[in-house]
Write a protein that binds this ligand. Structure first.
Ligand code: IDP
Ligand code: MG
Length: 168
């Protein structure tokens, strides 16, 4: 038993199909804690970095468009960090297999996913595959201050002359 964190993304198809509530309800079965959550507009850079392990796949370009929301008319995903005992296997079990047609129908992907005519696996949700990927992905999608527990070591620096946006 290990205390783990995992990145969960509700992908653009999940948001478009109004599945956020259903997905969060299913994930609450795990009794894990949500320690970070936000809506993100996914840049091409972020999408490519997130899926860099698939760069050589024939579906890579479509996958980047998919996670950026280009197929669903809404350029956003919901990003969450779940935290607790065996978070990764618990969340991946509930998510189901990568291919939504092969996923058990009682899983999130099995229930709500589909394969498009152009072959994209629209499987509604992303879950980190292992602890190493989880760390890489959480650090990619979240800043330390956006997560309410100390999952990974941090350090403080003084940033000078950095342009930031504030309320007018
Ligand atoms: P995972 O999401 O179950 O961890 P990965 O192999 O990391 O699976 O693939 C990332 C995403 O790329 C999948 O969730 C799915 O949307 C898409 N994908 C993976 N394999 C295929 C494929 O063979 N055809 C089309 N899309 C795929
Ligand atoms: Mg993966």
């Amino acid at each position: 038993m290990a205390i783990q964190a995992t990145l969960i993304l509700i992908k653009p198809d999940g948001l478009k199909k109004s599945l956020t509530g259903n997905i969060l309800t299913r994930l609450s079965e795990t009794k894990l804690e949500i320690v970070g959550a936000k809506i993100v507009r996914v840049s091409r850079e972020l999408a490519e970095e997130h899926y860099k392990h698939l760069k050589d796949k024939p579906f890579f370009e479509d996958l980047i468009k998919y996670i950026q929301g280009e197929f669903h008319g809404r350029r956003k995903v919901m990003a969450l960090v779940y935290w607790g005992e065996d978070a990764i296997s618990k969340c991946r079990t509930l998510a189901g297999a990568t291919n939504p047609e092969e996923a058990d129908p009682t899983t999130i992907r099995g229930a709500y996913g589909r394969i498009t005519t152009s072959g994209v696996y629209e499987n509604v949700i992303h879950v980190s595959a292992n602890e190493k990927e989880a760390e890489r992905e959480i650090k990619l999608w979240f800043k330390p201050d956006e997560i309410i527990v100390n999952i990974y070591p941090t350090k403080e620096i003084i940033e000078k002359e950095k342009k930031v946006r504030i309320w007018a």
